[in-house]
Design a protein around this ligand. Structure first.
Ligand code: ATP
Ligand code: MG
Length: 139
């Protein structure tokens, strides 16, 4: 039914479950899958060369997070694409879904945040509120 899945991944427990589910869905419905990892925008006051160091540290970290997602998704029959973006995560996820024409966003209910009393994290809340396509919340 869904042919163009988008997994939003931050390395959290819920995101790991979302990754496994995304892999299963991609296999059972022969769907394409894109994984997006967003990292926070850098403060503008950082001058060179600090700026470059922080950029590469964030990129290396995002790549490690992405690697974890790939391990939990497993092999899928269709193409698996990945994207690392700078920006507030919800905005980045929504922008990717729009521009890539995804028909389902798969996202954890909670993430790496510490406010465990919350039902939904702020990223999943924003994505559910503004997405143009269905959203699957995984817990
Ligand atoms: P908060 O960030 O508001 O403190 P939280 O961390 O518990 O709360 P969210 O950040 O909303 O919860 O995380 C919910 C889900 O959103 C995660 O399981 C993941 O699927 C997705 N997500 C969160 N941050 C990112 C990110 N930087 N890149 C990609 N996906 C993300
Ligand atoms: Mg979070």
């Amino acid at each position: 039914m869904f042919k163009n899945l988008l997994l939003a991944f931050d390395g959290s427990e819920h995101a790991l479950k979302a990754a496994r589910l995304a892999g299963e869905m991609a296999r059972s419905s022969d769907a394409e899958l894109r994984i997006v990892v967003a990292y926070d925008p850098l403060p503008a006051y950082l001058g060179e060369p600090d700026f470059q160091h922080v950029v590469s540290a964030r990129l290396r970290h995002a790549e490690a997070v992405l690697q974890k997602a790939l391990e939990h998704v497993g092999k899928i029959p269709k193409e698996l694409k990945t994207e690392i973006l700078e920006g507030p995560p919800a905005e980045a996820i929504l922008a990717v879904a729009e521009t890539r024409g995804n028909d389902l966003i798969i996202i954890g209910t909670r993430g790496l945040g510490r406010l465990s009393g919350l039902l939904l994290g702020s990223v999943s809340q924003k994505v559910v509120a503004h997405a143009q396509c269905p959203v699957l919340l995984v817990r």
